[in-house]
Design a protein around this ligand. Structure first.
Ligand code: ATP
Ligand code: MG
Length: 449
């Protein structure tokens, strides 16, 4: 069922329910009020008859003048005395006259149905010195009242049906306007699915509801994002192919060289083997980095635990210091515990220290500090530095500052983009302070959880 029909059905159902309750209430309220008025009329007449009787000391019960003065054409008035004898009676309506006489020591009033028509019946007793003498009975057809009620029913029906019809069309129109943009979005999605191209939903100027505007905007933002991601991906593939091509070209030309002169010339052989080994290593490094980056796109990349960062830093600096024969100084307070993925943080530090080693010759400083809300890791080197204009791009994939590239350090330019991913999944931030020729400090802050 469409949203539109559901909404319409729901509104109409409730409207009908409310209308039924309202109509029932109005109908019975009107009946009650009007019948009470009629009854009051009859009671007044009976009281007048009894008053007159009292004035003449309860005599002259049969006097026709007693009743004829008060009589109305749609009524019956009579006086009933002992043994249910009708002592006096006026009325032309046969059906009213056939009502059996009644006598009881209390007032009685009720609405009766005679041949399907409503008749109001009233019986008021009168006494003489405490003895029940008789009753004054009055009956009145409620024909006029009933015809008014018919009109009322007609009016209520017409307005109710009108309201329902109006509600059906109104809700239908309203929901059409409401769901219009949704339909437009569905159409756009189908179009995207069909053509494989990314389209944005155009927002109608007359669309007023904020939520729908937000929906359309969110949809378009999502499309923009997908667009950017695809674009990014394309670039990545292009860059990756390019990066893979260079070492492969080198390897293939050296193998050619080996084939031709390798057998006879030991010098050429050694050079070729050396170069091929170096390029293969480079390729391995490149592919490892690319795989890590691809892995980082997955959601369950993180494996959270609580660990001591200081010990990780100390261990790494010792291993790397020995391997590369470099002085790496660690400045830290006691144990600094953080929550995160220990292996990833280790990888992050490795990337930063590796850069510091590659791009400097002086000793390297590692600082670990913690404050109330954050843990700060700093890697400082005093090497070639990065020009200020290049800093914003350092974290891009395959990005290498030209000078570094020329020095052919063998870097793939993926290290810092992996580092950025690791910082991002830990909700951290990174700042780079660098001056060309003076050195670089990369400072990372992780929120403390
Ligand atoms: P990889 O780390 O993948 O082996 P890479 O070191 O070239 O290769 P990144 O670590 O991403 O790549 O660094 C990107 C570029 O930023 C480097 O090529 C280098 O030019 C520059 N850079 C990074 N760290 C430093 C540093 N400490 N000092 C000077 N330049 C740096
Ligand atoms: Mg690097």
């Amino acid at each position: 069922m469409t949203l539109r029909s559901r909404f319409t059905l729901f509104t109409v159902f409730w409207l009908i329910f409310i209308l039924i309750l309202y109509n029932i209430f109005v109908y019975f309220f009107v009946i009650r009020v009007t019948t009470r008025g009629e009854l009051q009329l009859l009671t007044n007449k009976a009281d007048l008859v009894i008053d007159n009787l009292r004035k003449q000391d309860m005599r002259g019960l049969e006097d026709p003048k007693l009743l004829t003065d008060l009589y109305n054409y749609n009524e019956m008035l009579r006086i009933v005395t002992g043994d249910l004898r009708v002592a006096n009676q006026v009325g032309t309506d046969e059906e009213l006259l056939t009502i059996p006489p009644q006598m009881q020591p209390y007032n009685l009033s009720e609405t009766r149905h005679i041949n399907g028509q409503r008749v109001l019946y009233l019986s008021v007793p009168f006494f003489d010195q405490g003895h029940l003498i008789g009753t004054v009975e009055a009956a009145r057809r409620l024909t006029v009242l009933d015809s008014y009620l018919q009109i009322l029913i007609g009016a209520l029906s017409v307005t109710s049906v009108g309201a329902i019809v109006f509600a059906i069309f109104g809700t239908y129109w309203f929901t059409s306007r409401l769901t219009g943009p949704i339909g437009q979005m569905v159409q756009t999605m189908r179009e995207i699915d069909r053509s494989g191209k990314l389209y944005r939903v155009k927002l109608n100027g007359r669309e007023e509801s904020v939520e729908l505007q937000q929906l359309v905007r969110a949809f378009n933002q999502m499309i923009d994002r997908i667009d950017r991601t695809i674009e990014h991906q394309k670039h990545f593939v292009a860059d990756a192919s390019h990066e893979l091509k260079t070492p492969l070209t080198v390897i293939s030309s050296y193998t050619d060289m080996l084939k031709r002169w390798g057998r006879d010339n030991a010098e050429v052989r050694d050079e070729a083997i050396e170069a091929i080994a170096k390029e293969t290593e480079r390729l391995q490094h490149l592919i490892r980095s690319m795989l890590t980056l691809a892995e980082a796109e997955q959601d369950d990349w993180m494996n959270v635990s609580r660990f001591d960062v200081t010990s990780v830093v100390r261990e790494l600096s010792e291993v790397l210091g020995k391997t590369f024969r470099r002085e790496i100084r660690v400045h830290s307070d006691n144990a600094v515990h953080m929550k995160g993925d220990k292996d990833k943080v280790r990888q992050l530090l490795l990337i930063l220290i590796d850069n510091a080693i590659k791009y400097s010759k002086e000793p390297i400083d590692l600082r670990i500090r913690q404050s109330k809300n954050a843990i700060k890791l700093e890697v400082s080197d005093y090497g070639i530095g990065v020009p200020e204009s290049e800093i914003p791009f350092m974290f891009d994939r395959f990005y290498r500052v030209d000078e570094a590239r020329h020095r052919s350090t063998g870097g793939s330019g993926l290290g810092l983009s992996i580092a950025k991913k690791i910082i991002d999944i830990h909700e951290g931030t990174v700042d780079v302070y660098s001056k060309q020729g003076n050195g670089t400090t990369i400072s990372i802050q992780f929120p403390r959880k």
